[in-house]
Write a protein that binds this ligand. Structure first.
Ligand code: C5P
Length: 218
């Protein structure tokens, strides 16, 4: 695989609804980085499983991933809680993770020329996908704050949801993502911890920007 040299790579891991996506998008825009929310790939696969239960097998999946475009990942249907829960189930399967591995590598190491680098967020980015990233962050927030954020997000999308249900599903997803055997969510020693519980979007963006600018000046 072709790897572009001297590009800026940012790796972010975080539990569900910690605000990683929002800040990653803002940071990517600011530093002209190619951005990928890797959770969306697992959500896309989960959606295929829900939509085509009979056709869903490795061959079918392989062909879908082969032709996967980033714009396929922006469908709002992928945001539902049902899809999220299914995503955390299928993401435990080694063969599925293997299938999406090269898609992520290509994205991280060979972004289109017009970008100065890449920024990926997920659960295993800092230690599995871009272990040599120039910057690594572990973005988190307390459970209730994350559930409330996700609840508001889903409300905005006019989804019929109850806060208690969102809280429960995030709790379950945390449990499954943190405790699974393959590529669990964890904070690596070389990742900087950002707790967004009491930070708004702007403050979170500025905090990360400060860290990047300071290191890049040296
Ligand atoms: O980030 P998001 O909540 O959209 O991710 C959905 C699910 O996909 C997660 O709960 C997790 O199980 C899985 N995932 C993963 N590895 C990643 C990103 C997401 O296993 N890099």
């Amino acid at each position: 695989m072709l790897r572009r040299k001297n590009i800026l790579k940012i790796a972010i891991d975080s539990p569900a609804a910690a605000g990683a996506g929002t800040v990653a998008k803002a940071i990517s825009k600011h530093y002209n980085l190619y951005y990928l929310d890797t959770g969306k790939i697992y959500r896309f696969i989960a959606y295929l499983k829900i939509k085509f239960p009979k056709k869903f097998n490795y061959k079918f999946l392989k062909s879908k991933i082969h032709t996967l475009k980033t714009k396929d990942l922006s469908a709002t249907i992928l945001l539902s809680d049902e899809v999220g829960t299914e995503a955390s189930i299928i993401s435990k399967i080694k063969r599925i993770r293997k299938m999406v591995h090269s898609f992520q590598l290509k994205f991280a190491y060979n972004p289109p020329k017009k970008y100065s680098g890449s920024c990926l967020d997920g659960r295993d980015i800092t230690y599995n996908i871009i272990p040599d990233a120039e910057f690594k962050f572990y973005i988190t927030a307390n459970l209730k704050t994350r559930a409330l954020r996700r609840f508001k997000e889903l409300k905005k999308l006019k989804k019929k949801v109850k806060y208690e249900e969102v809280l429960k599903s995030i709790k379950n997803r945390d449990k499954s993502d943190l405790n699974r055997k393959i590529s669990p969510l964890k904070k690596t020693k070389d990742s900087l911890l950002i707790n967004t519980t009491n930070l708004n979007k702007r403050a979170c963006f500025l905090k990360i920007k400060k860290i990047i600018d300071r290191k890049q000046k040296n």
